[in-house]
Write a protein that binds this ligand. Structure first.
Ligand code: APR
Length: 280
């Protein structure tokens, strides 16, 4: 294999061994965890990559620390910075990447047990992953409420606010709360469903982790729940978490799009994958 695209450590089984496991039916309950790195190819910057990541570009907003922009306490008194960047994070009419299409292909072949995504862009569903197979651990843009009184806020007014960058305020008389999309901010709890679905992770017979630094709990704990002996495949620009430390782990370092294409080639799924992506 050419040095720039090979697996970073030669002790792990290579991409072909993962493909063989899928082809010979040893992997039929695949659990996937995705993060911002799977959507950078669609035009949405991630958070922690140096320079290009969102957290390196917030200096002009005068935040106490970068992640404050997504903290509920900070939002409750200063919602402006969040709306200053909302447009750049909103999926608007972005096309999913071939990596999102790979997840839809796994689902189409009945191999996707469940997908946990940390992303709020909804591109997995746009690529064709059935919504009953996805848990948006950090919520998504699909609805919005007043952070103070929880009153629902109209979609068309929210769209206007996201595009203009102006903070939308609650329409209920006597309430001055800022409206927040139903995404999980730091300081808020994850959807109750997360705990249930987390219990199913040990049933996985293969885990893919795509485009995440594994820095934020509780999603960062998911790879550790996989039973010993079940391969965990990281497709990421850099090592993340403890993936690579277990015997069966595989680290495919590079972009998600390169990694899923290599996997598709090894599986003999490349044409089907490119076709599915073209239709997304
Ligand atoms: N291909 C593969 N990996 C990529 C790509 C790409 N095209 N682009 C970026 N990456 C990698 C980065 O190297 C990094 O390891 O994806 C990872 C992205 O990490 P983060 O920016 O920390 O994003 P994520 O892990 O999703 O953050 C988790 O933190 O800010 C909160 O709630 C927010 O859901 C987010 C959570």
């Amino acid at each position: 294999t050419n040095p720039t695209s090979s697996i970073d450590t030669n002790i792990n089984p290579d991409i072909q061994s993962i493909a063989n496991r899928i082809k010979n039916g040893e992997a039929t309950r695949i659990v996937v965890l995705t993060g911002a790195g799977i959507s950078t190819g669609a035009g949405i910057p991630d958070f922690r990559s140096p320079i290009t990541g969102l957290y390196d570009r917030l200096a002009p907003l005068g935040l106490p620390y970068p992640e404050a922009i997504f903290h509920i306490n900070y939002f409750s008194h200063t919602p402006e910075p969040f709306y200053a960047i909302a447009r750049a994070r909103h999926p608007r009419n972005l096309k999913p990447t071939i990596s999102h299409a790979f997840l839809a292909l796994l689902a189409k072949k009945g191999l996707l047990h469940f997908l946990f995504t940390q992303n709020i862009d909804g591109l997995e569903q746009d690529a064709g992953v059935p919504s009953d197979k996805v848990l948006w651990a950090h919520g998504n843009w699909k609805s919005q409420h007043c952070y103070k009184c929880s009153a629902h806020y109209p979609d068309h007014l929210m769209k206007k606010a996201i595009m203009s960058g102006d903070v939308p305020y609650c329409l209920q008389s006597g309430c001055d709360g800022a409206v927040k999309p139903d995404v999980v901010f730091f300081g808020q709890s994850l959807p109750a469903e997360f705990e249930e679905k987390e219990k199913e992770v040990p049933d996985a017979d293969l885990m893919f982790v795509l485009g995440t630094s594994l820095k934020v709990a509780p999603c960062s704990r998911l790879p550790g729940l996989v039973k010993g002996g079940t391969p965990r495949v990281l497709i990421n620009m850099e090592k993340a978490g403890d993936i690579g430390n277990r015997g069966g782990d595989v680290c495919i370092l590079g972009t998600c799009d390169e990694g899923v294409r290599k996997l598709a080639d090894a599986l003999g799924w490349r044409d089907e994958l490119e076709g599915l992506w073209a239709d997304a």
